[in-house]
Design a protein around this ligand. Sequence first.
Ligand code: ADP
Ligand code: MG
Ligand code: ZN
Length: 477
Amino acid sequence: MRDNQGMEFEAVIGLEVHAQLATESKIFCACPAAFGAPPNENTCPVCTGMPGVLPVLNRRVVEFAVRTALATSCKVREKSVLARKNYFYPDLPKAYQISQYEMPLAVSGHIDIEVEGETRRIGITRIHLEEDAGKLVHAGAFAGAQTSLADLNRCSVPLMEIVSEPDMRTPEEGGAYLRRLRDILVYLEVCDGNMEEGSFRCDANVSVRPKGQKEFGIRAELKNMNSFRNVEKALEYEIRRQTEVTLDGGTIVQETRLWDADAGVTVSMRGKEEAHDYRYFPDPDLLPIHVDQAWVEELEKTIPELPGEKVARLVSRYGIPRYDAELLSSSRRLADFFEASVAAFGGNPKVTANECIQWKDVVAAGKLSPETIAHVVEDRETGKVSATASRKLVELAIETGKPVRQLRDEKGLTQVSNARALEAIVDKVIACNPKEVESYRGGKAGLLSFFVGQVMKETRGKANPRVVQEVLKAKLG
Ligand code: ADP
Ligand code: MG
Ligand code: ZN
């Protein structure tokens, strides 16, 4: 943004992501970590903070975080510490949250993102483990008083916090970073990545500064965005707001602001003066976490091809556009499906990519086989079925589970591409429309589509329009 003296501003963005780890059980007890159970069903004396209990760290939680660290080029600390973060809130029965503070599990990594055809490297400051808190349900008036109920199912559900460096400069870069990070976690199968259900949450820190200035401006921390699009919109709004305040001679204060998606604005929630003093200290009930090199090497072998690598490989190996490769790589399953479909026939990968993208929801639901796509792509390339028929065939295959080629023959959806077979019909159409033939020959080239239409009608849509055109052109001269 530019003011009337030509001063230009740029934004600085750093993102904190809380990802819920997809483990069976919670981080310090054996309660199920699953979402959606009746209130307080998934609880025990440990996660409800009863006196005299001892937490035991879930090894799988550490494994998931180490794999994430490896996939984001972070250095995994051999020793890290779980600390108590003290605060009082009714959804936190222990009155402290176990987290990591001075000694996080992993540090100094990065993720590469692609924005407007350029690759940008976004630094990752740290990855640490922590437990989630419970949930308050505001139940309304009860016996004359406003009542809130506590559901502690979420207490001690494992979270991983991933903090970025303030390396992003536009909302678009913020969105690209989040999408890529989400895809990485989903590829690793350490998080389901569901932003609406809150298993992937983002706090966005943003400040503005005059372009060319080295020091960062004062930042606001934005909360309450439950979709990637909302993060981008909240950032756009906040950058505009901070720029305007600065241009009007005002000052930006460090504060937490909530995104109001309906109004499309951010509103102040609390300022820095209300910031907590959490009195962190190492949890005396838990030993430091030790991750030895041998384990790291073992986990290294479990890292699959990651989204960025997959996109690059699909582009170079199959010659498909980057945009298609990105869409296909948005899910490992879809990308695998695409490669299996190409392998099953070896036809034009671009056409196969289009089909896979068109049917991606059905692929995700596991209701389509790569052979189905391979066969319709092949039949289209050889002219055996039309584009319209191929769509219908895929729909029928999904519905009935029958092979498409069987359906094609059963339903008579084969397209007539044989020029010989079409000649008689073309002759008939020419004979029946002498006036049009005369006009066409007199220079009204546009009438060709009229003839094509007539042939299609005669064949009940079964003729290959491309071949019909060729035959017509030859006969009409
Ligand atoms: P806190 O724990 O108070 O949120 P952190 O130091 O962990 O503070 O920083 C949180 C996030 O804020 C990080 O992602 C960091 O990159 C980002 N950040 C820090 N300073 C700025 C700034 N001036 N403008 C934008 N983002 C910033
Ligand atoms: Mg923060
Ligand atoms: Zn429990």
